[in-house]
Design a protein around this ligand. Structure first.
Ligand SMILES: [Fe+2]
Ligand SMILES: [Fe+2]
Ligand SMILES: [Fe+2]
Length: 167
């Protein structure tokens, strides 16, 4: 617990911790959504997309770690039970019922757009009130924007492949 960390935060700590735990829950769900997607994926460009799923999974886990560190500095506790992830996350966990590449890409694109909204919100909250949390959220936002772009590009490539690639 960082005494100065809490002293200099100009937001209500309880509210900030709730938002950070929400994002933390979303990162774990995003991690699993990518990880399980990489296991079950089928269809064209499978190997390429599978390795990008694993790369994103690793990055989502790193985001969870950054958030956990900051939650602890601010005197909070990262969610302790996996069942709390579903309760706290605002971005839905998208169940990959359809393992076809296009279906998985579209689910993950939606999830990334939701993640972008989460970090935009945290940046707005913290901008001139908590520099360190702002910095962390800005760094994560940068990655989520990259993730969104990746899926937009892959979807475009597949669509250009024509009817064959439709889910
Ligand atoms: Fe993330
Ligand atoms: Fe992401
Ligand atoms: Fe990527």
């Amino acid at each position: 617990m960082g005494q100065a960390a809490q002293k200099f935060c100009k937001l209500e700590i309880k509210t900030l911790l709730e938002v950070l735990n929400q994002a933390y829950a979303e990162e774990w769900l995003a991690y699993y959504q990518y990880w399980i997607g990489a296991q079950i994926i089928s269809g064209p460009m499978r190997v390429e997309i599978q390795s990008e799923f694993m790369k994103h999974a690793k990055e989502e886990l790193e985001h969870a770690e950054k958030l956990a560190d900051r939650i602890i500095q601010l005197g909070g506790k990262p969610l302790l039970k996996p069942e709390e992830w579903m309760q706290h996350a605002r971005c839905a966990y998208e169940v990959p019922h359809n393992d076809f590449v296009m279906a998985l890409l579209e689910q993950n694109l939606d999830s990334e757009r939701c993640a972008i909204a989460t970090y935009q919100h945290i940046c707005d909250m913290c901008f001139d009130k908590d520099y360190e949390t702002f910095h962390i959220a800005r760094e994560i936002l940068h990655d989520e924007l990259d993730h969104e772009q990746d899926w937009e590009d892959f979807i475009k490539d597949l669509e250009e492949g024509g009817e064959f690639f439709k889910k």
